[in-house]
Design a protein around this ligand. Structure first.
Ligand SMILES: Cc1cn([C@H]2C[C@H](O)[C@@H](COP(=O)(O)OP(=O)(O)O[C@H]3O[C@H](C)C(=O)[C@H](O)[C@H]3O)O2)c(=O)[nH]c1=O
Length: 180
């Protein structure tokens, strides 16, 4: 696997390292040892599947607060999506900054999201599916969110959402940085 650190310290774009032969290729899609060598939390307590029939579906931006902060390892297994993270670590030099990357079934690219980051995506094609592994159990009471178009974060999206849940459309705007 090839790890490329993003401008947000601790978040990585991860590309596969295919071993090809006349049948096609084999590649690791995850490896706890390779994560560990970079000091990344490779724990997995839950794996999620997200199916989105319509292009322009936006899910997020979500995170869980202490003590249920989670890392996420996200890939697109069908179609294409634009994956976005926001640094919510109070002591980070990039606190409040965001980063986005196109994950598609064709590029087989993945994104590692550290704890104390908000995460979300917008789909770029119909029939897009995301598969992501999470280091914590789902704790609905500890879930928090920031709104995709909150001027406090000024996230740059490739397009406006066409499909979004009421919950995600109504996260309050921040005047100060959220406490994780
Ligand atoms: C996350 C989650 C949700 N649910 C239930 C709760 C609702 O009844 C239903 C849909 O939940 P929600 O609208 O929060 O689903 P998404 O908007 O896709 O949320 C996810 O989207 C963004 C991209 C994320 O990064 C998070 O992993 C996750 O919050 O599934 C569960 O039962 N278990 C779970 O782990």
């Amino acid at each position: 696997m090839h790890f490329t650190e993003t401008p947000l310290h601790g978040a990585f774009v991860i590309d596969i390292d295919p071993i090809a032969d006349d049948r096609g290729f084999f590649s690791r899609a995850f490896c706890a040892d390779e994560f560990g060598e970079l000091g990344l939390d490779g724990d997995v307590l839950q794996a999620n599947l997200s199916w989105n029939p319509s292009r322009g579906t936006l899910r997020g931006m979500h995170y869980q607060i202490e003590p249920y902060q989670e890392t996420k390892f996200v890939r697109c297994t069908r179609g294409a999506l634009y994956d976005v993270i926001v640094d919510l670590r109070p002591d980070s030099a990039t606190y409040r900054q965001s980063f986005g990357v196109e994950l598609t079934a064709d590029n087989r690219r993945a994104l590692f999201v550290p704890r104390d980051f908000a995460h979300g995506f917008i789909t770029l094609s119909d029939n897009t599916e995301a598969f992501y592994m999470v280091s914590q159990r789902y704790r609905p009471g500890s879930e928090r969110g920031i709104r995709w178009n909150d001027p406090f974060f000024s996230i740059q999206w490739p397009q406006e959402p066409r499909v979004i849940s009421d919950k995600d459309a109504s996260w309050s705007e921040y005047t100060e940085l959220p406490k994780c």
